[in-house]
Design a protein around this ligand. Structure first.
Ligand SMILES: *[C@@H]1O[C@H](CO)[C@@H](O)[C@H](O)[C@H]1NC(C)=O
Ligand SMILES: *[C@@H]1O[C@H](CO)[C@@H](O)[C@H](O)[C@H]1NC(C)=O
Ligand SMILES: *[C@@H]1O[C@H](CO)[C@@H](O)[C@H](O)[C@H]1NC(C)=O
Ligand SMILES: *[C@@H]1O[C@H](CO)[C@@H](O)[C@H](O)[C@H]1NC(C)=O
Ligand SMILES: *[C@@H]1O[C@H](CO)[C@@H](O)[C@H](O)[C@H]1NC(C)=O
Ligand SMILES: *[C@@H]1O[C@H](CO)[C@@H](O)[C@H](O)[C@H]1NC(C)=O
Ligand SMILES: *[C@@H]1O[C@H](CO)[C@@H](O)[C@H](O)[C@H]1NC(C)=O
Ligand SMILES: CC(=O)N[C@H]1CO[C@H](CO)[C@@H](O)[C@@H]1O
Length: 682
C-alpha cells in the first residue's frame, strides 16, 4: 500500500476512550503536554517503564506518519501471569524433531519497496545512491549472505518505461488518475531505475524481484522485464505478474465479477505473450498468484488448475497478506470502521498472532512442497494502509516481526518481504531523512529492522536452517521459543518475552536441555553458550532499541551503522545436568548460540566495532577524506580501504558513471564505516 493518511479522527475518538479508562493513555500527540500519573493496577501488574501522558486537546501532529510521536501504554501483565521458569528440551539430531520446517536461507526476511518510493529510499539515480540504504542492507547481507528485495507494489500495475524524464528524474508519478480508487499513481520510470539497482548490487549483495504491469491484457508492457534481464541479469530473482489480483474487482481495475477463472484466463494470455517476447530470454521466473486473501483464498486459485497450467513459468508461488488493516483512516467506510489501537495493540504482543496468521496457509505450503515451488509471503507488515502509529513503529513491531517471520519459516513459507511505503506510513523498517531536514538529522530506524537483523542471524548463511516452534511454556502466548537446526544439528534457540515489566518480576528463565537420555543421545549442551539480546525499556519504545548492546540510533539519528560496543553474553552451562539456563527480560528477545559453528559465526562478525567517522559534506553530497578514514577506522575498516581511489572533494576516483573496482571498494568500505545522507558516484 503506497499511501496512508494520518488517522486524526481515529486517534481523537480513541483519546476519548482512553481518557475514560484512566489507565490507558497516549502521549505527545495532542499539543501541550500535561503529565498524568500512571495508574498502578490493583492486581500484581507493574507500572510501565515509559511515562505515559494524557493530553486532552485537539490533534496537532500533522507531520509525516513515519515520524509520528504516538505512544501507547503496554498491555498489563496477564492475570494470572505466565510461569517465569520453564524447561525446553531439544534433540541434537534434527531427525529426532518432528514437524520441523523445510530448509531455510538467510534471505528469509526480505524487503518489499513500493516502486514509487524507490527513489526516496535507494537513491535518486544510478549515480546517486543513498549510503544509509547501503549501510542497512550490508548489515543484513553480512549476516544472511545476501538480501532479497522486491521493487513493486500497487504502482507496478500502471508503470511504463520512458527513455528519459525531465530534470534527469528516474521516476515520475502522475496522481491524476482519478479512476483509481487506491489513489495509486500512474508511474513513469526510466531504465536508470534498473541501472541503479544493478549498481546497488555491485556494492552490496542484493538480489531483486521486480513487478511487471498486469493492467492491460491487450497490450502487455514487458519493458521492465526486458530491460531488467538485460541490466540486472543474474541479480533477478523473478518477476511478479499481477499484484493482489483478487482485489482488481473492488479497486475498479476489472469488473466486480472478476473471478479466479477470469484470472486463469488472463494468465493464458499473459504466458502466451511472455513466451513470444524474444527480448525476455528467461521464461521461468514468474511469481504468482500474489492474492491478498481479501477476496480469494489461495485454494480458489489452485482449484482452477493454475499451477498445473502455468507451472513451467513459475519460479515461486506467492501470497500477500497483512494481519490487519488501518484502511479506515484513508477510505472511510461504514463496513470498516476505524480500529481502536488500544484494542489492536495486544493482538501484536502474542505468539497467537503468528499462529493465526499462518493457519489458512498451511494447506498451501504443503501443496507447494508437492509442486516443488517455494512459497513466499510477497508483501506483509503489521497492518496494511500504513500500519498503526505507536504499534508499527514501536518495539512491539520488533518482537512481532521476529515471531511473524519465524512462524512463517516454521510453517514452510520460503521467505517474507516486509513492505516499505514511503514517509507517510508508520511501518517502515527504516525511513529516509525528510527531504526538508538537514543531513544532520539523519534517517529513522524502524523497530522492524531489528527483526530483520535478528532473523538474519537466526537463519545464518548455511541454507540448511530448519525451524521448529517449541510451543514453549505450555504454549504460552507471551513466551515463545524456536529451535534452530543447521547442517542437521541443533544450533541455536530464539526466544521472545512479550511482556513489559521493568521490575524484572516477569523476566523469564528458560532451562534448555539438548540431547541426552530422553532422546537416546549423548548430552548435548556445550560448556557455555553465547547470548545476544534485543532489548528496549518497553514495548512502546521507539528510540532506545539495542541488539547485543548496539543501536542504530533513534529517530532522525541513524545513518544505518551500529553505534556502541557489541555486548555478547557468555552463559556457563551445566554439562552434568545437561542444561543451560538463559534469562529473557520483559520485554526482549534473545538468540542463544549453542553449536560451535553458531558461536564461531558471531565471533567472526566484523561489525562489532566501527568508531565514529568524521565526514565533510557538500550540499547534499558527501565526500570522504580518505586520511580521516584511514586513521579513524578499526582494523577491519582499514583493510577494506586498501584499494580505494581518491575520494576527497574534487579528487578523482576513476569512475565515469560506471562503478569501477576502486569505487566498489570505496563503497563496500562506506557501507561498513562512513557515511551520511547521500554519495555521488562520479
Ligand atoms: C501525509 O498524510 C497527511 C494526512 O493524510 C496528508 O495531509 C499529507 O499531505 C501527507 N503528506 C504527504 C507528503 O503526502
Ligand atoms: C519538515 O517538515 C515537517 C512537516 O512535514 C515539519 O514538521 C518540520 O518542521 C520541517 N523541518 C524543517 C527543517 O523545515
Ligand atoms: C494500463 O496502464 C498504462 C500505463 O499507465 C495505460 O497507458 C493503459 O491505458 C492502461 N490500460 C488499461 C486497460 O487500463
Ligand atoms: C488443500 O487445498 C486443495 C486444493 O484446493 C484441496 O483440494 C484440499 O482439500 C485442501 N486440503 C485441506 C486439508 O484443506
Ligand atoms: C513443514 O513441512 C514439513 C516437511 O514437509 C512437515 O513435516 C511439517 O509438518 C510442515 N510444518 C507445518 C507447520 O505445516
Ligand atoms: C546458499 O544459497 C545461495 C543461493 O542459491 C548461494 O549463492 C550460496 O552459495 C549458498 N550458500 C551455501 C553455504 O551453500
Ligand atoms: C535504554 O534501554 C535500556 C534497557 O533496554 C536501559 O537500560 C537504558 O537505561 C536505556 N537508555 C536510555 C538512554 O534511556
Ligand atoms: C555495475 C553497474 O551496473 N554499473 C552501472 C551504473 O549505472 C550506469 C548508468 O548510469 C551504468 O552505465 C553502469 O553500467
Amino acid at each position: 500500500m503506497a499511501n496512508m493518511y494520518y488517522p486524526l479522527l481515529a486517534l481523537s475518538s480513541c483519546l476519548l476512550v482512553s481518557v475514560a479508562r484512566a489507565d490507558v493513555t497516549i502521549y505527545g500527540l495532542f499539543g501541550q503536554t500535561t503529565a498524568a500519573p500512571v495508574q498502578q493496577g490493583a492486581s500484581s501488574t507493574s507500572a510501565p517503564s515509559t511515562t505515559f501522558i494524557t493530553v486532552p486537546g485537539p490533534p496537532s501532529y500533522t507531520g509525516l506518519a513515519a515520524y509520528n510521536p504516538v505512544y501507547w501504554e503496554p498491555p498489563a501483565i496477564p492475570n494470572p501471569p505466565p510461569p517465569t521458569t520453564f524447561a525446553i528440551g531439544v534433540p541434537t539430531d534434527q531427525n529426532l524433531m518432528t514437524g520441523i520446517s523445510i530448509p531455510q536461507a538467510g534471505t528469509f526476511f526480505g524487503f518489499s519497496i513500493e516502486m514509487s518510493v524507490a527513489n526516496q529510499l535507494i537513491g535518486t539515480s544510478s549515480k546517486n545512491l543513498n549510503v544509509p540504504f547501503l549501510n542497512y542492507m550490508s548489515i543484513i547481507a553480512e549476516k544472511a549472505g545476501s538480501v532479497h528485495i522486491r521493487v513493486g507494489g500497487n504502482t507496478q500495475e500502471t508503470a511504463f518505461v520512458v527513455d528519459s524524464l525531465a530534470d534527469g528524474k528516474m521516476i515520475e508519478k502522475d496522481k491524476e488518475d482519478a479512476s483509481n480508487p487506491t489513489a495509486t499513481p500512474v508511474l513513469a520510470l526510466t531504465p536508470d531505475l534498473l541501472y541503479m539497482l544493478a549498481n546497488v548490487s555491485s556494492l552490496v549483495n542484493i538480489n531483486w524481484y521486480l513487478g511487471i504491469p498486469f493492467n492491460d491484457t491487450a497490450n502487455w508492457r514487458f519493458q521492465i522485464a526486458e530491460l531488467g534481464e538485460a541490466i540486472l541479469g543474474d541479480r533477478l530473482l523473478g518477476f511478479q505478474a499481477a499484484n493482489e489480483p483478487d482485489l482488481y474487482g473492488q479497486h475498479g481495475h476489472r469488473p466486480l465479477t472478476y473471478s479466479p477463472f477470469d484470472f486463469f484466463g488472463e494468465y493464458a494470455l499473459f504466458t502466451q505473450a511472455w513466451q513470444a517476447d524474444g527480448n525476455v530470454p528467461v521464461k521461468n521466473k514468474i511469481i504468482a498468484p500474489s492474492t491478498s486473501y481479501a477476496v480469494w483464498s489461495p485454494e480458489q486459485v489452485w482449484d482452477t488448475g493454475f499451477v498445473e497450467a502455468y507451472g513451467q513459468y513459475l519460479s515461486h508461488l506467492a501470497v500477500e497478506h497483512y494481519p490487519a488493516d488501518n484502511c479506515a483512516v484513508i477510505f472511510p467506510n461504514p463496513q470498516n470502521p476505524p480500529r481502536d489501537p488500544l484494542q489492536v495493540l495486544p493482538t501484536y504482543l502474542t505468539h497467537q498472532a503468528g499462529l493465526d496468521f499462518v493457519q489458512p496457509y498451511l494447506n498451501s505450503t504443503a501443496l507447494a512442497q508437492q509442486w516443488g515451488k517455494p512459497f513466499l509471503l510477497f508483501e506483509t507488515n503489521t497492518a496494511s494502509c500504513g500500519g498503526f502509529p505507536g504499534i508499527s513503529d514501536a518495539f512491539t513491531s520488533a518482537l512481532w516481526g521476529i515471531d511473524h517471520a519465524l512462524q512463517l519459516a516454521n510453517s514452510n513459507f520460503s521467505g517474507a518481504l516486509f513492505h516499505f511505503g514511503g514517509q507517510n506510513v508508520s511501518y517502515n523498517p527504516f525511513t529516509a531523512a525528510p527531504t526538508n531536514e538537514s543531513a544532520l538529522h539523519g534517517w529513522t530506524t524502524g523497530p522492524l529492522f531489528y527483526s530483520a537483523v535478528f532473523v538474519a542471524e537466526v537463519m545464518g548463511k548455511s541454507n540448511t536452517t530448519r525451524i521448529k516452534d517449541m510451543g514453549a511454556n505450555n504454549g504460552n502466548g507471551q513466551t515463545p521459543a524456536y529451535a534452530v537446526f543447521e547442517n542437521g544439528q541443533f544450533s541455536k534457540m530464539a526466544m521472545i518475552n512479550y511482556m513489559t515489566d521493568p521490575s524484572g518480576a516477569n523476566d523469564y528463565t528458560a532451562t534448555i536441555y539438548v540431547g541426552g537420555s530422553g532422546w537416546n543421545e549423548p548430552n548435548g549442551v556445550p560448556a557455555s553458550v553465547q547470548v545476544k539480546y534485543l532489548l528496549a525499556p518497553s514495548t512502546s519504545e521507539k528510540d532506545n532499541i539495542t541488539w547485543a548492546g548496539q543501536t542504530l540510533g533513534g529517530r532522525f539519528a541513524s545513518d544505518g551503522r551500529w553505534k556502541g560496543e557489541e555486548n555478547i553474553q557468555t552463559v556457563p552451562c551445566d554439562q552434568n545436568a545437561n542444561s543451560c539456563t538463559v534469562k529473557v527480560p520483559a520485554p526482549g528477545a534473545a538468540i542463544v548460540y549453542f553449536s560451535q559453528d553458531a558461536q564461531a559465526a558471531i565471533a567472526g562478525e566484523s561489525y562489532s566495532t566501527y568508531p565514529t567517522t568524521v565526514l565533510t559534506k557538500t550540499k547534499n553530497t558527501v565526500t570522504i577524506d580518505p586520511s580521516v578514514l584511514a586513521t579513524s577506522n578499526g582494523d577491519s575498516g582499514k583493510s577494506r580501504l586498501n584499494n580505494m581511489g581518491g575520494t576527497s572533494q574534487g579528487g578523482t576516483n576513476g569512475a565515469a558513471g560506471a562503478v569501477a573496482p576502486g569505487v566498489a571498494a570505496l563503497f563496500s568500505a562506506l557501507a561498513g564505516v562512513a557515511v551520511f545522507f547521500r554519495v555521488t558516484i562520479r
